[in-house]
Write a protein that binds this ligand. Structure first.
Ligand code: NAD
Ligand code: TYD
Length: 342
C-alpha cells in the first residue's frame, strides 16, 4: 500500500517545526515533507534529531512561487497539507506590511490551486484567533467560530484574507478543507522576537524586557504541543469545511507573563521596562474551544506546567537561541526597541 504523504509548509519555523517533529515521531508509517523558504524565522538546526529519519523530507521552496509549487505537487502528489508557512510577527507587519500580503495571501492561494490540481484529501489552514480582532476586558466574553472577522493589524488582516480564500475554495471547488484559529502559542523553538522567548532570553542575559503600554493587554496562551495535537486531530477527524478554534483558557496579562518568567528565574522585576505601546494594540484575546473539545481534543498543559517546561527548555538549549540572537536579529532589535537597545 502506498504511504500517506503529508506536506507541512513552514516546517522550519516555530509551530510548523514542532508539528513536523510531532508527526515524524508519531507516524513512522507516513512520509512528512517539510516545505520552507528558510526566511529569518526558519532554521533547520532544530531538526537535527529527526533529519536522518526515513520518513522526514525537506524541500526549500517559496509558497508564492507558482511554477515550483505546482511542479512539486504534481511530482509528489501529497495526500494532506498542513499549511503553517506565513509571516507571523505583528510588529514586523506594522513596519512592512507588503511581504505579509505576498506570503500569507498570495502564497496561500498558490497552495490552494496546487492542492486542487492534485486533489488532496484535506487542506488544513493554520490560522489565528487574531482574525477576530480584539475583545474587551469582560472575562465572560470569548471568540467562537461565529465571531465576525475584524482584524486590526496588517498581519491579522492578511491571515483573515487567506482564511476567506480557503473557505472560498471549499465552497466553489469543493476542496476538502479545515481552518484552525489558535490563540498565542509558546514552547520550545519559539523565535525570540515574540514576547515569551524574548523575555526568557533577555532575562537570562540580565537585559531589560520591553513591555508595551501598561502591560495590561491579555493573551490566551497555549503550549505548542497542545496546538500540534489539535492540528493532528483536525487533519484526521475534522469535518470538511469547518472552522475550529484552539485554546486552553489560559488568559494572562503581559505583565503577569513577564513577572512569572522573572520570578521563576529568580531575577529582579527592575528588569521590566515599559515602552511605547504597539500601534493598534489589541486589548484581549480569549478562545472558546468547545467545538474542538467535542471533536475529542483536550490540552495537556496548564499555563504553569507549560511555562515551567518552556523556561527549562531555554535553559537547556542555549545552543539554539544564542545562534539566533546573534547576527541579523541584533539589527532588528535595535530598530524595534531603540529606547532600550544598547
Ligand atoms: P514562524 O514565523 O515561527 O514560522 C514561519 C515559517 O514559515 C518559517 O519557517 C519561515 O521560513 C516560513 N516561511 C515564511 N515565508 C515563506 C514562504 N514564502 N514560503 C515558504 N516558507 C515560508 O511562525 P509560527 O509562529 O510558527 O506560526 C506558524 C503559523 O501559525 C502561521 O501561519 C501563524 O499565522 C499561525 N499561528 C501562530 C500563532 C503563534 O502564537 N505563533 C498562533 C496561532 C496561529
Ligand atoms: P507577541 O508575542 O508579539 O504576540 P501577538 O502580538 O501575536 O499576540 O506579543 C504578545 C503580547 O506581548 C502582545 O500584547 C504584545 C506584547 N509585547 C510586549 O509587551 N513587548 C514585546 O517586546 C513584544 C514582542 C510583545
Amino acid at each position: 500500500m502506498a504511504r500517506i504523504k503529508i506536506l507541512v509548509t513552514g516546517g522550519a519555523g516555530f509551530i510548523g517545526g514542532n508539528f513536523v517533529q510531532y508527526m515524524v515521531n508519531k507516524y513512522p508509517q507516513y512520509d512528512i515533507y517539510n516545505l520552507d523558504l528558510l526566511t529569518y524565522a526558519g532554521d533547520l538546526t532544530k531538526h537535527r534529531d529527526i533529519e536522518n529519519n526515513d520518513n522526514y523530507h525537506f524541500v526549500k521552496v517559496d509558497i508564492a512561487n507558482r511554477e515550483q509549487i505546482i511542479t512539486l505537487f504534481e511530482k509528489v502528489k501529497f495526500d494532506y497539507v498542513a499549511h503553517f508557512a506565513a509571516e507571523s510577527h505583528v510588529d514586523r507587519s506594522i513596519t512592512d506590511p507588503e511581504i505579509f500580503v505576498r506570503t500569507n495571501v498570495l502564497g496561500t492561494q498558490v497552495l490552494l490551486d496546487a492542492a486542487r490540481k492534485v486533489g488532496v484529501k484535506k487542506f488544513v489552514h493554520v490560522s489565528t484567533d487574531e482574525v477576530y480582532g480584539e475583545l474587551d476586558f469582560d472575562p465572560t466574553t470569548f471568540f467562537t467560530e461565529e465571531t465576525p472577522l475584524q482584524p486590526n493589524s496588517p498581519y491579522s488582516a492578511s491571515k483573515a484574507s487567506s482564511d476567506l480564500l480557503v473557505r472560498a475554495y471549499h465552497e466553489t471547488y469543493g476542496l476538502p478543507i479545515n481552518i484552525t484559529r489558535c490563540s498565542n502559542n509558546y514552547g520550545p523553538f519559539h523565535f525570540p522576537e515574540k514576547l515569551i522567548p524574548l523575555t526568557i532570553s533577555r532575562i537570562l542575559n540580565d537585559e531589560k524586557v520591553p513591555v508595551y503600554g501598561d502591560g495590561k493587554n491579555i493573551r490566551d496562551w497555549l503550549h505548542v504541543l497542545d496546538h500540534c495535537a489539535a492540528i493532528d486531530l483536525v487533519l484526521h477527524e475534522g469535518i470538511s469545511g469547518e472552522v475550529y478554534n484552539v485554546g486552553g483558557h489560559n488568559e494572562r496579562t503581559n505583565l503577569e507573563v513577564v513577572k512569572t518568567i522573572i520570578n521563576t528565574l529568580g531575577k529582579s522585576e527592575d528588569l521590566i521596562e515599559f515602552v511605547t505601546d504597539r500601534l493598534g494594540h489589541d486589548k484581549r484575546y480569549a478562545i472558546d474551544p468547545t467545538k474542538l473539545e467535542k471533536l475529542g481534543w483536550k490540552p495537556t498543559f496548564t499555563f504553569e506546567t507549560g511555562i515551567a517546561q518552556t523556561i527549562s527548555w531555554y535553559l537547556d538549549n542555549k545552543w539554539w537561541w544564542e545562534q539566533i540572537i546573534s547576527g541579523e536579529y541584533q539589527q532588528y532589535f535595535k530598530k524595534q526597541y531603540s529606547i532600550i537597545a544598547d
